[in-house]
Design a protein around this ligand. Structure first.
Ligand code: SAM
Length: 220
């Protein structure tokens, strides 16, 4: 009974979050996906009351789950379609990967890389509990991409890089898109399009944790 009441409350809060995102101009497809993903299952238990608030939350290991509006904006920029193969760098809680998994459907697949093993384990557990089978969580340095499943239709980078890591560009299909925050103290979100050449579109100022790895920043 108590569990039921909580689930009802979370569903109501999720609807309110989606109402707010609609006002921001988020697409119907992304709104539908975000209405399905139980974000409260991806945040630490003591923060569940805040799961549907529109700001980032700590997930342990000094990392964060991005704010819902940022997840929505990045998904819209990638223009995700059913059946696509997506690489994500920075699995964190697994939430963003779950939203992408909804958008690409069961005929698509999400590969998400996390450098911190403990977070990767939590992301795997969260995704399993929420019922996502089209997501593979990999532990490693995401700046190297994930060659076994390359090339990718889309790449989603959820931490801020010094520049676009060359392996990610190599593993993006021709005609593919990548979103990536770039910068250390002052960061900008870029949409990168790979066509005949590479076109970088600067979108807005953002705040993300750093991408740490061979083609990222060095360990703090
Ligand atoms: N997408 C996540 C979610 O939905 O919860 C939020 C990601 S959090 C803003 C950024 C994540 O990137 C952190 O978990 C961090 O450990 C990870 N990260 C940083 N550098 C990385 C790298 N080189 N490879 C893989 N993950 C990395």
């Amino acid at each position: 009974m108590f569990v039921m009441m909580n689930e009802d409350r979370f569903e109501e809060e999720r609807k309110n979050m989606v109402r707010l995102l609609r006002l921001y101009g988020v697409s119907d497809d992304v709104l539908r996906a975000m209405e399905k993903v139980p974000r409260h299952l991806f945040v630490p238990e003591h923060l569940r009351d805040k799961a549907y608030a529109d700001y980032p939350l700590p997930i342990g290991e000094e990392q964060t789950i991005s704010a819902p509006h940022m997840v929505a904006m990045m998904c819209d920029l990638l223009d995700l379609k059913r059946g696509e193969k997506v690489l994500e760098i920075g699995a964190g809680s697994g939430y963003h990967a779950a939203v992408i998994a909804e958008l690409v459907g069961e005929s698509g697949h999400v590969y998400t890389i996390e450098r911190i093993e403990k977070l990767a384990e939590t992301a795997r557990r969260n995704l399993e509990r929420a019922g996502y089978r089209n997501v593979t969580v990999i532990v490693g340095d995401g700046t190297l991409g994930y060659p076994p499943a390359a090339p990718y239709d889309k790449i989603n980078v959820t931490c801020a890089a010094p520049d676009v890591p060359p392996p990610l560009l190599e593993q993006l299909k021709s005609g593919g898109k990548m979103v990536i925050p770039i910068g250390r103290h002052s960061q900008e979100l870029y949409l990168v399009e790979k066509k005949d050449g590479v076109v970088m579109h600067r979108k807005c100022s953002v705040v993300f944790v750093p991408l740490i790895g061979r083609y990222g920043f060095s360990e703090p």
